[in-house]
Each structure stands twice: as structure tokens, then as C-alpha cells.
Design a protein around this ligand. Structure first.
Ligand SMILES: *Cc1c(COP(=O)(O)O)cnc(C)c1O
Length: 386
């Protein structure tokens, strides 16, 4: 038995240029925020994806917190978000005193079931926060129609959604993160493009652009001062320190330059899993990621949905015995220790189902064909036994 192959769940990929650019950033003598590499990253995103305005942050968590401040979220406001998500989607709004209204996932994928949202909207609803799980788009036409009907802001949690697209009803292909009023990306080392920790706020509604700069710079108009637009800067609003050192941006820029290469490799790995495992879906043993016609695939994640929690536990153990680390994902936030007593009591069965039955397979640039074969064979062998 080939024990100890040690196939991790994730392995951050280095393009080779990261330390070179970090050295350049250090040598430039300006290593605080908004230096040369931060500007290069902003320009890359604005040119490649057509985002109106981008601001690097130290994390996606920070970008979401900035979004909540920008929307003036305060006590009494309601925010609708999926229960099946990372805590930061929720915390950003809790920190401003919002009441969270958790939506269930869809039956056929972990994204929010948009058809349930209308019944969750009240006069107090201030924002909806869709999460594009695994980089697969939510139905943004339906979501934006609803938000516009009720004058509600939309903040896309696009943490997993770099280089992912939504095709709208006019047939236009829109990058995720360009559709809501605001959007937040993550460059945590588990994401496709990363800088260890890192994130970005995208401002699509221009009315938020000037204030976003101020909030990110401790509530001061220092950004305008550095551009020479004003002759002294001061405290003009609330804010915090959300901008990353240029060292982080230097790392990130090396990754961005290799976006296509990284994405091609990840897509190849994703497709290989998908082809090899599809026969198991025909036998009804597992369910694989569902990509609606309006969504593209950015190969952020490959997951399998087992029929029961017991099957998932068995599968994770079978993989672990071969030295392969496969991991489950979110625990429904409406049932968390922090939130359960605050939840309005609705059951969210699909969210719970993904909490119990979804498992993510190793997915990273350097995953070799032999390693992937072993993973696939181990899954196939396990399903011969159940
Ligand atoms: C990774 C992730 C975050 C948090 O990103 P950080 O950069 O670690 O703060 C938030 N939401 C979702 C859906 C994520 O996957």
C-alpha cells in the first residue's frame, strides 16, 4: 500500500518572480502602501477586468469591512447573505451592528437560492451579499433586478472568483466582481492568485470611490494629498488602516503576470477530475459541481458532494489512508456557536446538506498527473465498497 504520498489539500504556487519584485519594492525606498507595485496591481485589474476602481487591502475580510462602512450599515439594518459561507462575509456587517438574515443555498449548488430572497426582504434590508462559491457565479441578473426593485445595495463576496464570468441576459460576459455596487476579492494563499494574505475592494458604483480611499487611509484624505490635489491632509471621516505594504503588492504582481498560465493549469486539473468522476454521478453515488449556462469556471475548487455525512467521512478517511488530504468546508453560520441564538429559526436544509456532505479535493498548480490519478483511483475504489 502506497502510504505517505503526502498530497496536501493546497500548495501555494510561486511563479519565481515574487522575491525579485519584493526586492525591487524594498530597493525603491517606498515600502508602505500605495507604492509602485500597488499601482501596477490596480492598473492590471482595471485594464484586465474593466473594474471601475480597485483598492488593494490586506485581506478580503478588510475589503468587506470597508464595504460595510461605505454603505453606512448601522444597528437595525438587515443584510441578507448565505449561511454557507466564510465567517468574514458575516462579520463585516456584524461589526457595524447589522442584523443578519441568512439565505439557504440552492438545491443544485452551494450558492444562495436567489428565488428565496424576495421573501427575506423587508423595509430594513440595506444590502445583499452574494458569495460566488467555488468561483461559480450566482444568477446576477435575477439578483440585481431584485436589489434594484427594492433599492438595496449588492456587495459581491468574490473572494474565490478571480477570472470568473457571468453572462447576462443580453449575452454580455461580465467579470464577477464588476456587477454589484461593491465587490471584495481575496489573495489568501488558498486562492488562485495569492500574496499569502491580501485582498481588494472593487468600487463599481462611482459614488463610493472618493470615500473608499478615505476610509482605507484612516479616515484621512491622504490619497488625494499624495496625488497633489490638496495641499494638506486631515481627518475627514471614519476609517482604518486597510492598505497593504507595497511588499505584498509586489508579490501579488508576480502572480498576476502569470494569471493565464496559472488558470490554464488549474482548469486542466479541474477538467481531469470532472471527466474521471462523472461516471460515479451516473451511478448516483456522488454529485459534482454544477456550472449553470450563465457561469464560467475559474477552477478555484474541485468538490464532490457525497450522499450522506457517513459516506463523506468514509471518503475522507480512505483518502487520508493514502496520504491525501481532502477537506470539508463551511459549517452553516446560522447554526454556529456565535449566531445560533440570534438566528430567526428558519431551517436552511441545503446549507446544512453542503456542510455535511461536500468535500474538497486537492487542487493546486503543482499537483502532478500521478498524484491526481491516485486521488481519482482512491475515490473510485471507495465507491466500489459503498
Ligand atoms: C477566503 C474567503 C474570504 C476571506 O478572505 P481573506 O482574504 O482571508 O480575508 C471571504 N469570503 C470567502 C467566500 C472566502 O472564500
Amino acid at each position: 500500500m502506497e502510504v505517505n504520498n503526502n498530497i496536501p489539500f493546497n500548495k501555494p504556487y510561486l511563479t519565481g518572480k515574487e522575491t525579485h519584485y519584493i526586492y525591487q519594492a524594498v530597493a525603491s525606498g517606498k515600502i508602505s502602501g500605495d507604492g509602485l507595485f500597488t499601482k501596477k496591481c490596480h492598473a492590471f485589474f482595471e485594464e484586465t477586468f474593466g473594474f471601475h476602481k480597485c483598492l488593494l487591502t490586506t485581506s478580503c475580510t478588510d475589503a468587506l469591512e470597508m464595504a460595510a462602512i461605505l454603505l453606512n450599515i448601522e444597528a437595525g439594518d438587515e443584510v441578507i447573505l448565505p449561511s454557507y459561507t466564510f465567517v468574514s462575509t458575516a462579520n463585516a456587517f456584524v461589526l457595524r451592528g447589522a442584523t443578519l438574515v441568512f439565505a439557504d443555498s440552492a438545491a443544485d449548488n452551494p450558492n444562495m437560492d436567489i428565488s428565496t430572497l424576495r421573501s427575506l426582504i423587508t423595509p430594513k434590508t440595506k444590502a445583499i451579499v452574494p458569495v460566488h462559491y467555488a468561483g461559480i457565479a450566482c444568477d446576477m441578473d435575477a439578483l440585481m433586478d431584485l436589489a434594484n426593485e427594492f433599492n438595496i445595495y449588492v456587495v459581491e463576496d468574490a473572494a474565490q472568483a478571480i477570472d470568473a464570468y457571468y453572462t447576462n441576459r443580453k449575452g454580455e460576459k461580465k467579470p464577477l466582481g464588476s456587477i454589484g455596487h461593491l465587490a471584495a476579492f481575496s489573495f489568501h494563499e488558498t486562492k488562485n492568485i495569492m500574496s499569502g494574505e491580501g485582498g481588494m475592494l472593487v468600487i463599481n458604483d462611482p459614488k463610493f470611490a472618493a470615500r473608499a480611499e478615505i476610509i482605507r487611509e484612516k479616515g484621512t484624505n491622504r490619497s488625494a494629498f499624495f496625488r497633489g490635489e490638496i495641499d494638506k491632509y486631515g481627518w475627514v471621516d471614519m476609517g482604518s488602516s486597510f492598505l497593504p505594504s507595497d511588499i505584498l503588492a509586489a508579490f501579488l504582481y508576480a502572480q498576476l503576470e502569470n494569471l493565464n498560465d496559472i488558470q490554464n493549469r488549474r482548469r486542466a486539473i479541474w477538467e481531469r477530475y470532472h471527466q474521471a468522476l462523472t461516471p460515479l454521478t451516473d451511478e448516483g453515488k456522488i454529485t459534482l459541481p454544477f456550472i449553470p449556462n450563465f457561469a464560467s469556471n475559474n477552477a478555484h475548487m474541485y468538490y464532490v458532494v457525497c450522499k450522506t455525512a457517513a459516506h463523506r467521512e468514509g471518503l475522507i478517511s480512505a483518502l487520508r489512508e493514502k496520504g491525501i488530504l481532502a477537506v470539508f468546508h463551511y459549517l452553516s453560520l446560522h447554526k454556529s456557536a456565535y449566531f445560533e441564538s440570534k438566528h430567526d429559526g428558519r431551517t436552511l436544509p441545503h446549507s446544512d446538506f453542503y456542510s455535511d456532505c461536500l468535500v474538497r479535493l486537492p487542487m493546486y498548480y503543482e499537483l502532478s498527473t500521478e498524484q491526481q490519478n491516485l486521488i481519482i483511483q482512491t475515490i473510485q475504489a471507495y465507491y466500489l465498497s459503498v
